[in-house]
Structure formats: C-alpha cells, structure tokens
Design a protein around this ligand. Structure first.
Ligand SMILES: Cc1ncc(COP(=O)(O)O)c(C=O)c1O
Length: 473
C-alpha cells in the first residue's frame, strides 16, 4: 500500500470500482461524507477525487458531485497471438540480453527485471533468519552436503507440493541452485546437441539461452495470452518433427502471465503420453496466483514420471538465496548424477534458511501478502498504461506472477525504444529477447512487483509518450 494518504484513499476507491462495489454511473459519497467515513481531512478527499478524475476513473458533474466513469482497464485489449510458422531453429539469443542485464539505472526507472518486491517484511525476516542460523548451526567444517540436498528443505518442498496437486516424498526431490540451474540439469539429461526442444512463444529468454548453450534447436509453439501454449500447434509439431522434450511454464508464464486451464493441461499430458516424451515444467511463479487458488501443476497428472517439475524461491522470496529444486520423476538418478557432475553440492546455510522459513509458516504468510500486493500493483500498471499509452496498446492480463506483456502496432520498434529509454534511465525487456525467430519487435515486458512511487509512475508516463512518438513518426 502506498504511503501517501490521498493515494491510499484513491487506491481504495479504484479497488471498489474494480470489484464492482461501486458501479459505472453511480455517485460517489460527497467530499464531506467521504472524509467522515474514512476519517481523513476534506483536502485529502479533494486530492484523491481530483487524482481519480485525472486518471479517468470518475468525473465531476456540476452541482451533482462525483460519478464513476466507464471502467478504465476494460478498454485495454489483450495481446494477439503472433505466430511465425513453427520450425526448429538453432537458438541464438542476442547480446541485447546481456546489455539489459548489465545496464544499471536507478531503481525507479527499472522495469526490466522479474524480481520480488523489495519493500515487503520478508526481506528483514530472511536477514534475521540468516543471522540466527549462522550463529546456532554448523554449516562450515561439515564437509559436503548430500548430492540431493538438505533433507529438511526437501521435506518442506515435498510438503508444499500438495498445493500444486503433487503428492511426492521428500526423497523424490533434488535441490538445485535456482530454477535456471534446475532446468539446465534436466535438459542435459534429456537431450544431445542438435536435438529439438519445443518451447512456448513468447518464451522466457533464460530458457532460450540454455537451449543455445547446449547446441539444441528450439521450435516455437505459439502461446495464447490467456491459455498458454497452443495444444493444437504442439500436436502438429509433434507429428512433424522428432521433438525430444517439451519445455513450458504453464502457470503464469513469463512474459504473458497466462495460466493454462486444467482441461488444456490434461490434453497436454495426453500428448506427452501418446508421443512418449518428457516435459520440463517450470513452475517458478506457481505460488503467486491472484485468484482463490492455483491451478494444479501438469506434474499432478503424471502417472508415469515423465514430467520433471522445476521451481525455485527466486520469485517468491529472493533470488539471492539461489534455492531451486527438481521433482525429476523417473529421471531421478540421471538428474542427481547431472547435479553432482555440474554443481557438486551447494551451500547448506541458504538451504537451512529456506527450510526454516517454510517450516515456520513465514513463507505462507508472506505469500498471502505478496499475492495481494502484486495484484494491486498490476492494476496500477494497467491504469497507467491506459492513461498514458496510445489507445492501440494491448496488454496481457496476468493471472499471477510479476510481469506483464505489452504489444503495439508493427511500426513501434521496441529495440529502438529500449535504447532511447535506456539513455534516459528507464529500462524494460524488449520483445525480441523472447523469440529466436525475430518476432515480438513490437512488444515489451514490464515488471510490476515494485512499489509505485511518483517517480516510477512518471517513468511509465514518459515511456508511453515515447511509444506515441514512435507510432506517429
Ligand atoms: C520462467 C522463469 N524460469 C526460470 C527463471 C530463473 O530463475 P532462478 O533465478 O531461480 O534461476 C526465471 C527468472 O526470471 C523465470 O522467469
């Protein structure tokens, strides 16, 4: 929740409008009544109403008061499915990616990252747990950790997997150094250089990078902004090409934030069985749902152990922990060996910290707050995009997670826009990073996890202005 009183009030009113508690055309309480109801001053209400008016949520009618206008974000269209003809291509992810990673801008201008919020209490709790455990536990002078990982952590991971519909013993879990490492270990086991891997498109660039590093070919399967990877397109690709493995983020994909419906997951599972191939399921955003509960993982449907579920605490707690894990199903031995060869074992202390946070319930408490915070921060982003970007802008409506995808008409080149914005201290992830076939040059990804401040809002306003200029150049 933002600190400013009037901004807090404005946020509460927009939330009521969004939830339908106050309908389009309805009159808001008078300034005086609102001040009494909310126990704030008249000037705070005036400031909040004038802010909401500016944002287009309400309108002042002379002598009648303030009325709710048409819901803003209803006007934002979802991105359309862009579809290059799927065919296997060697993955080459441009140097642009490293540029995005290396460029340093002030926090208020940085929208390029998919990282958890910095202002939630869990950060302090992680620090305190580190300090306490480093004093009380033996974590040096104890030799190597076990290859599969710290038993207490594996137990907590297995316990929490039930939320995703996965019933698994702690002995079936292997820890890894983050989700990227987990995915890489699995891909190493399942492929040889030159093999074809099916990915959804747009695809998180980190996964394309692993495919590139291992000399694999990727086939991009178009993803729908609401339901994820097209099962029909996947089926056609499977019939035509010797695909070795499917790599997908079915729950709140990066960058679309979409959630594959359960029926589609069942179809996907049926395809895996029919073609007798494995799938690596990246579930890194699974705990960050905005609805009542999460959709069960594809792994929950897996009777034969062909789904390797990978995840981490990088999006829910902190990427610094480097805590990831794999539920490798029938590939347990191969993945354990791959971890031993490539990573050996990893430090015990972060694993102890993570196990403790999960065991004490701090993680679950944090998640409740994080989900609501991210949902509100996404809504704010949608309001700002509606207010400041050209009307032709399309934007994904994530069901969870911390990133949103924007699509503009073809003439807007987001790589050019990236360089312009970077020179002005504003950073986003340009769309071309998310494809190996030159798609999405008119798209970009914005991270919305961080707290909205006037500076951050102004950065979005400026970005919108530059998109308008690019559109009319
Ligand atoms: C879909 C997806 N998978 C994996 C990763 C990498 O996660 P980690 O930091 O745990 O290696 C990210 C990070 O952005 C991601 O978005």
């Amino acid at each position: 929740m933002e600190t400013n009183l009037y901004a807090q009030l404005a946020e509460r009113v927009t939330e009521q409008i969004r939830q339908g508690a106050v309908q389009t055309g309805e009159r808001l309480p008078s300034v005086r009544k609102m001040a009494q109801r909310e126990a704030v001053s008249i000037s705070t209400v005036m400031a909040a109403y004038s802010f909401l008016e500016q944002q287009g949520w309400i309108e002042a009618r002379p002598k009648s008061g303030y009325f709710v206008k048409q819901k803003q974000t209803d006007a934002l269209q979802k991105p359309s499915v862009i579809c290059a003809k799927p065919k296997p291509r060697p993955a080459t992810v441009s140097q642009l990616m490293m540029d995005v990673r290396r460029t340093k801008v002030a926090d208020h201008g940085n929208f390029s990252r998919s990282v958890p919020a910095l202002d939630l209490p869990i950060i302090q709790q992680i620090k305190r747990t580190y300090t306490r455990l480093s004093r009380t536990k033996s974590y040096v002078g104890v030799g190597y950790d076990s290859v599969e990982g710290l038993p207490e952590l594996r137990q907590q991971i297995a316990r929490r997997a039930v939320d995703a519909g996965v019933f698994i013993s702690p002995e079936s879990v292997i820890t890894a150094s983050g989700c990227q490492n987990a995915m890489a270990l699995c891909l190493r086991v399942l492929t040889q250089p030159g093999d074809i891997v099916a990915v959804e498109s747009p695809c998180y660039y980190g996964l394309l990078q692993i495919i590139e590093a291992f000399g694999l070919k990727a086939i991009e399967i178009p993803a729908h902004p609401e339901s994820g990877m097209s099962i029909e397109a996947l089926q056609l690709a499977l019939a035509k090409w010797p695909i070795k493995v499917i790599l997908s983020v079915p729950t709140f994909s990066n960058p679309l934030g979409c959630d594959m419906p359960m029926a589609r997951r069942e179809e996907l599972m049926a395809l895996l069985d029919r073609y007798d191939i494995p799938m690596i399921e990246d579930d890194i955003y699974g705990d960050l749902y905005f609805g009542e509960r999460r959709t069960r993982a594809v792994k929950s449907l897996d009777a034969d152990g062909r789904v390797l579920l990978c995840s981490s605490l990088s999006k829910t707690l902190d990427p610094q922990l480097r805590i990831g894990w794999i539920m490798p199903g029938r590939y347990f031995e191969e993945v354990a060996y791959s971890k031993f060869v490539n990573l050996h074992t990893h430090s015990a202390l972060p694993q102890m910290v993570a196990a403790e946070l999960l065991a004490q319930g701090l993680y679950d408490r944090h998640l409740r707050l994080a989900r609501e915070t991210y949902r509100q921060r996404y809504q704010r982003l949608a309001d700002l995009v509606t207010a400041y970007f050209p009307a032709e802008t399309r934007m994904s409506q994530p069901q969870g997670g911390i990133v949103a995808w924007l699509q503009f008409p073809e003439q807007v080149n987001t790589t050019e826009l990236y360089h312009r914005a970077k020179a002005e201290g504003i950073l986003f992830a340009p769309g071309e990073l998310f494809s190996i076939s030159g798609q999405y040059k008119n798209c970009l990804r914005l991270g919305y996890s961080q707290r909205w401040t006037p500076e951050r809002e102004e950065a979005i306003q400026r970005l919108g202005q530059w998109v308008k200029e690019a559109l009319h150049a």
